[in-house]
Design a protein around this ligand. Sequence first.
Ligand code: SF4
Length: 288
Amino acid sequence: MNDQTISAVNYHLNRNCNMHCKFCFATFRDIDHANSRMEEHISIIKQCALAGIRKINFAGGEPTLLKHLPTLLRVSKELGMVTSIVTNGSRLLDEAVWRSVSRFLDILGLSVDSINEHLNVRSGRALNKNQQALTEESYFGLAEKARLEGIPVKLNTVVSNYNWQDDLSHFVREVAPVRWKIFQVLPILGQNDRYKEEYLITDSMFSKYIERHKAALPNVPIIAEENDLMMGSYLMISPDGRFFDNTKGTHSYSSPILESSFDYALSEIAVSKKKFLQREGEYFNKLA
Ligand code: SF4
């Protein structure tokens, strides 16, 4: 690993999801298949570990829909990496699923845009054909499960036209996350551009959301990711096993990692270590 290598990767394992957020920037409608074989997933995980990646975050779609997620978490831990997932939380309400995943989990990333069910139904962050959002109790219950098992919680919130006036202060204060990442909704061509007229917000609307919550939550580490900081600051792998970046407002993909090499595929995408560090991407070191 050279000193320009980014130490954390987001591996988007699958593209299916049981929710339908209109702003979802990981729909992967633009790729023709997703690897579903565990062996392929493990081969890529091994390549990441060999390349010096120290934290692996499994995302999707919804990663908990993948039956062999617990195995991937276990293998990643055995290879010495810090493990995390980003989930909408719905599947973890099932105790058996929670137990199988939490055993090998170092950090739980929970996506919570709002605890107002009406707002979540409007944005599509809901189950059963957008009819049923998770309840406030469910979100609190998930955070409590993690707390009882000593798993730090990271919250992810996308701020869009649906929720920019919402107040999440009480919820966040109670959950006391190790990190709260707040994203300005980001239109990506080929992923979520269909609804952009409906969900887009201005920089000023985003700033107001951030300022309001920073003032109410002085002790919570808030990472505000406006559109510019979200672009080119993540090392990401797609469900078909390629690196990709979003610097051109759409996904640009590398060659398949398993058919070329990790370094060659990496050289084909644009990602900035400076921006990665700017958004405090190495926060996991402080949790060790
Ligand atoms: S829950 Fe996550 S992966 Fe699923 S549609 Fe929403 S943003 Fe996309």
